[in-house]
Design a protein around this ligand. Structure first.
Ligand code: SAH
Length: 285
């Protein structure tokens, strides 16, 4: 590991005490989306236990001599069992190490961070939680999609596409979700996209409802597919979209036509200044 040359802004940054585990979000990918608390932790930790979705770039900011332990699925390596990871964290802390558990996005959003933290506390290990930017919010923002917009939705629902067994989530009441939420943001939905599509169409959502699929959001490999509820399954296959990806269903997807700021960086003009057909935004009406 190279010695970290990052300096934090002056301030009273907390110390990781020996035997403590800090459970930190690393954000969706772009290292610039890391929090200052996460950087502070990276520089101090003796051991960093990280997930598949944490980038090499972020890990390169670890302090000199920090031990890096991989705890996720990547490149065909078998995935560590959740209980094993939690118990490994307990052991490391009992050795008096200063432990950083680094997880993609936000540790408490579909990341089992709540379970890990509970196991730690049940074993008498003190924890600190550092939130991160979740892919379902920050990843969509990188695609120019605001998860709420006054002309679209007053609620947004975060949904997981599969349950603990990997099967499509059975407990989901698609009728209720569909009625309650103009915008649905689906994590881990790629494998069960046909199930999600059918659930929402059966619940009465229209075939032409806008859908965006954003893979590898906020990384240099970010890909965005704009499609509709009716065509999403075919289009995902045709565009060869791969996980990790967020599926956003709802009219806020249309806002990408005016807010695709990555296209602006490439010097492109907005495709449509008024994609919702409301003239001026609500604040100017
Ligand atoms: N705790 C994470 C989510 C973990 S679940 C968070 O808050 O973001 C893993 C799922 O998150 C993936 O299947 C995918 O749906 C989503 N995800 C995580 N990082 C992503 C990224 N960079 N781009 C798109 N989706 C991502």
């Amino acid at each position: 590991m190279t010695e970290s040359t990052l300096t934090l802004p002056t301030g009273d940054w907390p110390e990781i005490l020996p035997g403590w585990v800090w459970l930190c979000g690393a954000g969706p990918g772009d290292p610039g989306l890391l929090t200052l608390h996460a950087i502070n932790a990276l520089r101090q930790a003796d051991v960093i236990v990280y997930d598949a979705l944490v980038s090499e770039h972020i890990l390169s900011w670890a302090g000199e001599g920090a031990e890096l332990i991989y705890a996720g699925k990547r490149g065909g390596k078998p995935s560590a069992k959740q209980a094993d990871i939690s118990l490994q964290l307990v052991d490391l802390s009992k050795e008096g190490k200063r432990v950083l558990r680094l997880k993609g996005g936000d540790p408490f959003v579909f990341g089992r961070g709540g379970e890990e933290a509970q196991t730690l506390v049940q074993h008498g290990v003190p924890v600190r939680i550092v939130p991160g930017i979740s892919a379902g919010i920050g990843g969509l923002a990188y695609a120019g999609i605001p998860v709420t917009h006054r002309d679209v939705n007053q609620a947004v629902t975060f949904v997981t596409g599969h349950d603990q067994t990997g099967a499509p989530t059975k407990s989901l009441d698609w009728d209720a979700l569909s009625r309650a939420s103009g915008v649905l943001v689906i994590y881990m939905g790629m494998k069960h996209a046909p199930h999600i599509q059918k659930g929402l169409l059966d619940a009465g959502r229209p075939l032409d409802e806008p859908v965006a699929v954003v893979s590898q959001a906020t990384t240099p490999d970010q890909k965005v597919l704009e499609t509709t509820l009716g065509d999403m399954v075919e289009d995902i296959a045709e565009a060869a979209m791969e996980p990790p990806a967020i599926i956003c269903i709802g009219r806020s997807v249309l806002m990408r036509q005016v807010l695709d700021w990555q296209a602006m960086l490439r010097g492109e003009e907005p495709r449509n200044l008024d994609p919702l057909g409301r003239g001026k935004p609500a604040e100017e009406r």
